[in-house]
Design a protein around this ligand. Structure first.
Ligand code: ADP
Ligand code: MG
Length: 241
């Protein structure tokens, strides 16, 4: 069974009198350790798709299973617990706490889980920061970092709980092209290192090229799914961003 199984889902939003069909009859599956991107113009349904996979919202019709669990049936509380145990999230606007250090930002998801000792937390944070090449910046605050460095910290924060699946909604939209490519390649390196599945969205053709499978959305419909085997030919990320 695939890690994510999406079976004929649709999502409608009611806007007063008007019904918006954000997703229409989408069926696809995502394998464990895949590096997948959802692409399409603004309004095509990318965010809706990621929110449904991440159990932040429910489909109007159809079924979604993640890691063997039917997530449609989860209530709010069950959804929150499942989210915390299976997913890491990366956002377009980085969403780091400005008053916390890099170390404290990455530690935050572990503090939320609450059953970790301080020394276990510290070990995991240092490992995650080392993996993204930000160990030497751990005492800085976000406003002392570049955009690329902030997103590296956000990648570390998403990975620190060792999630099966990281969801990143337009993670490079606030970065210049070179930095954006490096952040995506860092994510791919993290997939290689930890076997974490990554699903990200983008409307940038230069960024979608970095994915191994591209799912294209148009007007809420999945128009094509393109595998792109990389054969190890692509450049490594440049940690100097
Ligand atoms: P994308 O991320 O590709 O820009 P979205 O998933 O955000 O697309 O939106 C898909 C469609 O659903 C758009 O027409 C958008 O206006 C609509 N939509 C998204 N979220 C809501 C909402 N909460 N209420 C009403 N309409 C929404
Ligand atoms: Mg969006």
């Amino acid at each position: 069974m695939a890690l994510v199984e999406i079976d004929n889902i649709s999502k409608n939003y009611q806007m007063g009198e008007v019904q918006v069909q954000a997703l229409r009859n989408v069926t696809l599956s995502i394998e464990e350790a895949a590096f997948v991107s959802f692409v399409g113009p603004s309004g095509s349904g990318k965010t809706t798709m990621l929110n449904l996979i991440g159990c932040l919202d429910k489909p109007t019709k159809g079924k979604i299973a993640v890691d063997g669990k039917q997530v449609n049936d989860l209530d709010r509380k069950q959804g929150a617990i499942f989210r915390g145990s299976v997913f890491g999230f990366i956002f377009q606007a980085f969403n780091l706490f400005p008053v916390l250090t890099v170390h404290e930002n990455v530690e935050y998801p572990l503090v939320m889980i609450k059953n970790e000792s301080a020394s276990d937390r510290n070990e995991k944070v240092l490992k995650a920061l080392e993996a993204v090449g930000m160990l030497d910046q751990q005492n800085k605050r976000p406003d002392q970092l570049s955009g690329g460095q902030k997103q590296r910290v956000a990648v570390a924060r998403a990975l620190v709980t060792r999630p099966k699946l990281v969801l990143a909604d337009e993670p490079t939209a606030n970065l210049d092209h070179k930095t954006a490519v490096n952040v995506i390649r860092l994510m791919r390196d993290m997939r290689d290192k930890f076997n974490t599945t990554f699903i990200f969205s983008t409307h940038d053709p230069g960024i979608m090229e970095e994915a191994e499978i591209i799912h294209t959305l148009e007007d809420g419909q999945l128009t094509h799914s393109t595998p792109r085997p990389l054969n190890g030919k692509e450049g490594k990320n440049d940690s100097n961003i």
